[in-house]
Design a protein around this ligand. Structure first.
Ligand code: UDP
Length: 469
């Protein structure tokens, strides 16, 4: 019977796409691979089914299954509920795969940790695939200990300085949003999930060793788990998803970049969900205009009440109404505004791009690293403020946009930071560090490089576990 690895994730792009990249790598290594995805919406004509048909067509060697949600609802608590409820269908899928092949391992996204129970019941080794970095993983793992050491009366963690062994100090305000308030149900859910990480047979991380040396060392030295034991850590990244595009489908932004001088353009893009108020969009526009630099800017419809509103593909922004009067005309020779979405990986790898204003999502960071583009950090949600600490303070490959955590980032700050990266001596040094990091990333992925070797070691562990059972 052939061996199959089952990868289990959910539909958020920042989680799904790296998992699909992992599936491709494993398939290239000769493994039979099935990807199981929990959907969050019931509509069969949804974004998920379209994404699935594209993924299946592009990856004929990989099987894809979608588990529809048992209930509907909104918010992160609901995401966890839906994923928990998917344990039964997952078990059914694993058992049906087992009829024709032997499932030698399941690899779970961190949100899908509930499935550890299913893996244990079916006696299948289980591995975590952590789609963010090792710094964030180390913080998650140590977090239950931090929580235990806090006085019971403390509800808000935001104003404390947190010390995770082996890592730089973390201001509580920089924790992921859901870990700020101890009395919220999601806080307890996350603590419970972090505590179960120790049960994994190993942890795959979408990073590479030289990018996060300190954090990887802290993890391996057992500094983060209470008992001192850490499952094996495999840094297998950067896994980056590069969509295949035909020449005639080339996005207009790439055609525009072709006409710009080398490393002259500042690219601004804020992940799959980031959007701003109208006032903030106008400040950015003014800052870009006053900087005198070339720019390529992805703009979404402004949010009024909920800055984390999911991207609505229908909501095309009305640029004339949003941006300052005359902005588009005045900047038409050196700026391009793209509505909603740009092919970020291709853009970052275009030789005309010289800087990246980013919300610090982990995939965006890896993509910028692989392209050697220096960053200006504007964290918005999830673990992005933590990522910012690492980029700015540890790696020194980025600068921070001041005011990102206040009401507004003013135009002058946008102008100053863009000029700093594009024109100053400090910017030049940061660019050189980033180029250096790019070379290390390429090195890590090469045969014999740290990430390549880590993937082989993971596969060896999976195969050895089969032999010993
Ligand atoms: N992305 C893109 N075009 C855009 C915005 C985002 O291609 O206009 C891609 C980006 O390349 C990255 C992903 O969407 O791969 C966003 O993932 P990340 O982890 O950076 O942020 P998240 O969306 O999860 O907050």
């Amino acid at each position: 019977m052939k061996d199959t690895i089952v990868l289990y994730t959910w539909v958020a792009l920042g989680h799904l796409m790296p998992m699909v990249e992992l599936a491709k790598l494993l398939s290239k290594q000769g493994m039979s691979v099935t990807v199981v995805i929990v959907d969050l919406v019931k509509d069969s004509s949804s974004f998920t089914s379209k994404t699935m048909s594209c993924l299946s067509a592009a990856n004929p060697t990989i099987s894809f299954h979608v588990i529809p949600p048992a209930t509907v609802g909104e918010g992160v608590d609901h995401v966890f509920k839906i994923i928990h409820e998917a344990n039964n269908p997952l078990s059914y899928i694993l058992q049906s795969i087992s009829e024709t092949s032997s499932v030698c391992a399941v690899v779970l996204d961190f949100f899908c940790t509930y499935a550890l129970d299913v893996a244990r019941q079916l006696d299948i080794p289980a591995y975590l695939f952590y789609t963010s970095g090792a710094f964030d993983l180390a913080m998650d793992i140590y977090f239950p200990t931090l929580d235990k050491n806090l006085d019971n009366s403390i509800v808000e963690i935001g104003n404390r300085l947190l010390h995770v062994p082996g890592l730089p100090p973390i201001p509580g305000s920089h924790l992921p949003d859901h870990l700020h308030q101890r009395n919220r149900p999601v806080y307890k859910t996350l603590i419970n999930i972090f505590q179960t990480f120790v049960q994994y047979d190993g942890m795959l991380v979408n990073t590479f060793e030289s990018l996060e040396k300190k954090a990887v060392e802290a993890l391996r030295a057992g500094l983060c788990f209470p008992g001192g034991y850490t499952p094996p850590v495999y840094c297998i990244g950067p896994l980056i998803s590069v969509p295949e595009m035909k020449e005639e489908e080339r996005h207009e932004s790439l055609v525009w970049l072709d006409m710009q001088p080398k490393k002259s353009v500042v690219f601004l893009s804020f992940g799959s969900m980031g959007s701003f108020s109208e006032q903030q969009l106008r400040e950015i526009a003014t800052g870009l205009e006053n900087s005198g630099q070339r720019f390529l800017w992805v703009v979404r419809s402004p949010t009024v009440t909920n800055p984390l509103k999911k991207l609505d593909p229908q909501a095309t922004p009305d640029l004339q109404a949003i941006l300052p009067k005359g902005f588009t005309d005045r900047t038409k020779d050196r700026g391009m505004v793209v509505k909603q979405w740009a092919p970020q990986v291709e853009v970052l790898n275009h030789e005309s791009v010289g800087a990246f204003v980013t919300h610090c999502g982990w995939n965006s960071i890896l993509e910028a690293t692989m392209a050697g583009v220096p960053m200006i950090c504007w964290p918005m949600y999830a673990e992005q403020k933590l990522n910012k600490i690492y980029l700015v303070e540890e790696m020194k490959v980025a600068v921070e946009m001041k005011g990102y955590d206040e009401d507004i980032v003013v135009a002058k700050e946008v102008e100053d930071k863009v000029k700093l990266i594009m024109e100053s001596e400090e910017g030049k040094v940061i660019r050189e560090r980033m180029e250096n990091m790019r070379e290390k990333a390429v090195e890590a992925l090469r045969e014999g490089g740290s990430s390549h070797t880590a993937l082989e070691e993971f596969l060896k562990a999976v195969r050895n576990a089969r032999v010993s059972t």
